[in-house]
Design a protein around this ligand. Structure first.
Ligand SMILES: [Zn+2]
Length: 343
């Protein structure tokens, strides 16, 4: 039966499990749009993701390219398939089930190791794993209005046997565990989501079951477009002076993301902080797009503050409202350096 073949195991970084995003629920109030993303793992909106294959045949590569592209019709991200050694995403084809790290967790994986694996290939599994790569979680682990009542003895027997042979911990983690409300960006369960496993009614005590979802649901698409919106971006990044006071800025529309750049001329500790009444989330990236840090509320009130030892170079600061579905407002941003340059 195809059911047990379709099960995927999400790789979750252990450090991440110990450090959930504090106190934040983001509910999407856009009609029937429902799906769930992990807020802290989203890529910066507009990111170009370099994707490199590790092994696999030309046919396999073509299938992945062809189906994965559906996400970028809706999400404001670009996929570039190639051989770049610093590719953020590495796709392998080992006999190791199908799995993916979720969103930006891929950045923490050594560059010679896969961040996604396809033990089998079809449209549904490609869309599913790329959904994880975008930051989506399993719909059956969605904590909001989740109607599933598992028949655990049946599920345990099915997944503990061939072909998965999952141990109880894996089954608990991948099937029964629900995400904390404060970790996700979503609404109630979407039965048509490509992120929902397919399972029979015998796996539940209340008759809930799902068919294999082989294509993006309407809600999957709408949500990808909402989380990675194609709103007007500023004409280009604004250059931030180091030391010279506050630069005034504004999230003018829901979902807008402001970009700033600054030069770290010397190696030192730099502090980037926002002020004002707006609840912003700030992300600091290296020139190559690598994540330095992300922060929501370490500053005053709901302001963001990142303090980091930086080597000389150009850095990008990205600012968005915490509430990407309706938040707007003005804020100030400034960069300071701990030590004055010597001599
Ligand atoms: Zn999955």
């Amino acid at each position: 039966m195809a059911v047990t073949d379709k099960v995927c195991f999400d790789r979750v970084l252990p450090a991440d499990m110990q450090r959930p995003l504090a106190g934040r629920v983001m509910t999407m109030a856009i009609g029937k749009t429902r799906a769930a993303f992990q807020i802290a793992k989203l890529w910066p909106n507009g990111t170009t993701l370099q994707i490199r294959f590790i092994g696999g045949t030309a046919d396999q590569h073509n299938l992945v390219r062809q189906y994965a592209a559906q996400w970028t019709e809706h999400a404001n991200l670009k996929f570039e398939f190639g051989r770049a050694p610093n590719s953020q995403i590495r796709v392998a084809f080992a006999d190791d089930g199908a799995w993916s790290y979720i969103g930006k967790d891929a950045l923490s994986i050594p560059a010679d190791q896969p961040t996604m694996n396809f033990g089998w290939l079809d449209e549904g599994v490609i869309l599913h794993e790329f959904g994880h790569m975008l930051g989506m979680i399993h719909e059956h682990q969605n904590p909001i209005d989740n109607p599933i009542v598992w028949n655990k003895p049946v599920v345990n027997a099915a997944l503990g046997g061939p072909p998965n042979f999952w141990d109880q911990q894996t089954i608990d983690h991948n099937m029964y565990a629900k995400y904390d409300l404060n970790q996700i960006n979503g609404s109630s369960l979407d039965p048509l989501s490509v992120m929902l496993y397919s399972f029979p009614a015998s796996w539940t005590e209340n008759g809930f079951h799902s068919e294999p979802n082989e294509s993006l649901s309407e809600i999957d698409r709408a949500f990808a477009a909402r989380v990675y919106p194609r709103t007007q971006m500023p004409a280009g990044p604004v250059t931030l002076p180091v030391f010279e006071g506050v630069t005034e800025a504004e999230i003018g529309q829901p979902g807008e993301e402001d970009l700033f750049v600054f030069e770290a001329k010397t190696a030192s500790r730099y502090t980037i902080q926002t002020d004002g009444p707006t609840d912003v989330v700030m992300t600091l990236l290296r020139e190559d797009g690598g994540l330095v840090a992300q922060d929501d509320d370490s500053g005053e009130g709901r302001n963001a503050r990142i303090s980091a030892e930086l080597s000389p170079g150009s850095y990008t600061v990205q600012v968005r409202h915490y509430n990407s579905s309706s938040g707007t407002g003005r804020y100030g941003i400034r960069v300071s350096r701990e030590h004055a340059p010597a001599g």
